[in-house]
Design a binder for this molecule. Structure first.
Ligand code: UTP
Length: 291
């Protein structure tokens, strides 16, 4: 049995403005946009549950109430569906054990690092996971489960990475790698959007983390970084060298659903894989491509 503190809490920052999807996200939070019939936040919550995480912390902001309502019991809807003999199992994943969904408020979206810091009282002295719901990670097992398994081996801080073709690295944050053993790579540094010829690796940082609670103290009073926002990457970079830091190479697919093309790609890819519609979507796509 592992002696490490288990990862029981996940933080989901959902207070961003979602400006890249306007006007769709004027009244609807980006995190509720569906890939086919499941909102993005649902995929992230399911991924955390699969990893044995019980306590979910949503960092919300103005106009984001519907995200929390998504996980309430919809009394009228459910009663009417039951009366009409409809199958309620489609709502199963939206149910939480009472007390396991906690919301904290980020009044002003000052950046991802600031959003995480807003959850400090809930996180307390335990290591915790972070999932960015607009990065859809599809794997078997899921990304956070792969990371929890790695965490049980090495502890410390972990970030998930994916390998991309070298010419694409300048759109992402990449790691400066040390020694690699299996899926684990020691992290020596983090570099934001490096020019291709100066990139220390082709391992890009994706939106899943397991961090030690000390990151909250590192974020405390941290100034603004890139884009005028309080950046999580800056806090992590400051922790490297003071605590163990590893990257876990994710085996699976990542879709950047914070961008329109990534969102469409995810919709198409997941639809093609579904038993109930894959064949039909393939026919439609082929017809459209023929023009
Ligand atoms: P993004 O960088 O995608 O920002 O945030 P955004 O505001 O949501 O979207 P755009 O760029 O304006 O289109 C990544 C994740 O971090 C959360 C977002 O809700 C998203 O889930 N976030 C970001 C916060 O919770 N607070 C912030 O201050 C910034």
């Amino acid at each position: 049995m592992s002696k490490r503190k288990p990862i029981k809490t996940a933080v989901f920052p959902v207070a961003g403005l979602g400006t890249r999807f306007l006007p769709a996200t004027k009244a609807i939070p980006k995190e509720l946009l569906p890939i086919i019939d499941r909102p993005l936040i649902q995929y992230a919550v399911d991924e955390a549950r699969e990893a044995g995480i019980e306590q979910m912390v949503f960092v919300t902001g103005r106009g984001k109430t519907a995200i929390v309502e998504n996980f309430d019991i919809a009394f009228e809807l459910e009663t009417t569906m039951a009366e009409r003999g409809k199958d309620l199992s489609v709502l199963e994943a939206t149910r939480f054990t009472p007390g396991n969904l906690i919301t904290v408020r980020q009044q002003v979206p000052l950046g991802l690092g600031h959003a995480i810091w807003c959850a400090r009282a809930i996180v307390g002295d335990d290591p915790f996971a972070i999932l960015l719901p607009d990065e859809l990670m599809i794997g078997q097992p899921g990304c956070i489960r792969q990371m929890v398994e790695a965490y049980e081996e090495v502890g410390g801080n972990l970030i998930s990475v994916l390998e991309v073709p070298r010419e694409e690295v300048s759109s992402y944050g990449v790691i400066d790698p040390g020694e690699s053993v299996g899926v684990l790579t020691e992290v020596r540094g983090l570099v934001e959007k490096p020019p291709v010829d100066q990139a220390p690796s082709n391992k890009i940082i994706s939106g899943r983390y397991i961090l030690q609670p000390e990151v909250m103290r590192t974020l405390e009073g941290q100034g603004k970084g890139a884009g005028g926002e309080i950046q999580l990457t800056d806090a992590m970079a400051r922790m490297i060298g003071t605590q163990p830091f590893h990257a876990v190479t994710f085996h699976g697919k990542r879709y950047d659903c914070g961008s329109k093309t990534g969102f469409v790609e995810a919709t198409l890819a997941l639809a093609l894989e579904r038993e109930d519609m894959g064949a039909e979507i393939r026919r439609i796509a082929e017809r459209l491509l023929r023009g």
